[in-house]
Design a protein around this ligand. Structure first.
Ligand SMILES: *Cc1c(COP(=O)(O)O)cnc(C)c1O
Length: 414
């Protein structure tokens, strides 16, 4: 058996906790791509670490994180929530980032990288539109052409985000094949990249895709845990919490929140997946509970699939968690036991969102509400220090919250 030390901690770069040179975290990862994309992915693979280490890159990245994204985001001691659990709970406020979630930490990094690679044009896929908006935002900032692929069904469901992308100058291209949702948009984006590989960079929105994307995105998001460490030290005198909790769709906010704690065995890493209507309901997105090893969107990981390997359409009330796979780093954290994976239903995440709103005056994204709900499944001790990654704000979910209040006002305390 490979140990955690041999695999996930293989040193790449200075402080790296990356995959091995082939992009594997234990059994998972790699780069399963069409021949035509080989030059692009190879170029990224040979250049990303070198570019990210360049002082001129770091200077601009750090300045933009500070002045444009609004970092460092606060680490907030949630007093009333802590009292309710009789424990100590801190919130990492990624909801305060420009565009309302952590996704921009990655798109800022990737657009600077694309510029260094001499690319002229950006493509991206999006489901609910959050990654599309974060990509369109940085393309406007840098004056780059932006084409976002989005399922036709999602375009109808997510009209406000489509409008945002257009206002930011992006072209939104409908994916009309299959179920006309995220996985079809991803297929279209890959096809577009094959057609125009030389001048185009594909900005992937989570720690998924072929190597080096999972590692590259994890590094851009790792600013989250880098800040957590010094912020917790400032507040409590100690750098290490007992546990870090984050929701997992593809796994980028969790990867960022876990990154600088992976080598600290004393810190429990708790990943929260979407159980949808219930793990065994046939309408769920709890990949580690339901998935098997398989290849999805360019890497080997855990994938929800039928006996004969067809990808199963996932379900979650939260668009960001509605994905049939999980990044290879998380598949490995699950496989080797370093990460603890919990799951939360649609209904329980709604309840947690309403509770957090009333307890702390913060309306969370539905994705982040899954992480809060998971606190109830944990045996929190009085002296425990827990950091919850509040990945995004709830503005985008207001229509869902309104429907929920109409349907069950008493349950939501309204
Ligand atoms: C997209 C999104 C997620 C899920 O993506 P990860 O890559 O798993 O982090 C979680 N929370 C919010 C607010 C999102 O917008």
């Amino acid at each position: 058996m490979t140990t955690v030390e041999e695999t996930i901690l293989s040193p790449i770069g200075k402080e790296g906790v990356g995959p091995n040179e082939f992009g594997y975290y234990g059994k998972f990862g790699g780069a399963y791509i069409p021949e035509m994309l080989h030059p692009n992915v190879e170029q990224l693979k040979t250049r990303y670490l070198e570019i990210m280490a360049e002082p001129s890159f770091q200077k601009e990245y750090q300045e933009l994180l500070r002045d444009y994204v609004g970092r460092p985001t606060p680490l907030f001691f949630a007093q009333r929530l802590s009292k309710q659990f009789n424990s100590k709970i801190y919130l990492k406020r990624e909801d305060l980032c420009h565009t309302g979630a952590h996704k921009i930490n990655n798109t800022i990094g990737q657009i600077l990288l694309a510029q260094k690679l001499g690319k002229k044009r950006i493509i991206a896929e999006t489901g609910a539109g959050q990654h599309g908006v974060a990509t369109a935002t940085v393309c406007a900032l840098k004056g780059m052409e932006c084409v976002v692929y989005m399922g036709e069904v999602d375009i109808e469901r997510q009209a406000p985000n489509v409008a945002r992308m257009k206002m930011l100058g992006a072209t939104v291209v409908p994916a009309k094949s299959g179920s006309r949702t995220l996985k079809d948009a991803t297929n279209e984006a890959i096809r577009a990249w094959i057609n125009e590989p030389v001048h185009t960079h594909y900005i992937i929105g989570s720690v998924v895709g072929p190597h080096p994307y999972p590692d590259m995105v994890a590094r851009f998001q790792s600013v989250i845990s880098e800040e957590m460490r010094w912020q917790l030290k400032e507040k409590t005198g100690a750098e290490l919490p007992n546990q870090v909790v984050a929701c997992v769709g593809g796994g980028s906010n969790a990867a960022g929140a876990f990154y600088h704690f992976i080598n600290e065995p004393a810190v429990r890493l708790i990943a929260v997946e979407a159980a949808g209507h219930g793990i065994n309901s046939g309408m769920s997105a709890a990949t580690t509970q339901l998935g098997r090893a398989g290849v999805l969107h360019g890497s080997k990981s855990l994938v929800m699939q039928t006996e004969d390997g067809q990808v199963i359409e996932p379900h979650s009330i939260s668009a960001g968690l509605d994905y049939p796979g999980i990044g290879p780093m998380h598949a490995h954290l699950f496989d080797c036991g370093r990460g603890t994976f919990l799951s939360v239903t649609d209904e329980d995440s709604l309840t947690a969102a309403f509770e957090l709103a009333k307890l702390e005056g913060i309306i969370p994204a539905l994705e982040s509400a899954h992480a809060f709900s998971a606190l109830k499944q944990m045996d929190l001790k009085e002296d425990d220090v827990t950091i919850v990654c509040l990945s995004g704000r709830g503005d985008k979910d207001l229509a869902t919250y309104m429907r929920s209040m109409e349907q069950a006002p008493a349950l939501k305390g309204v």
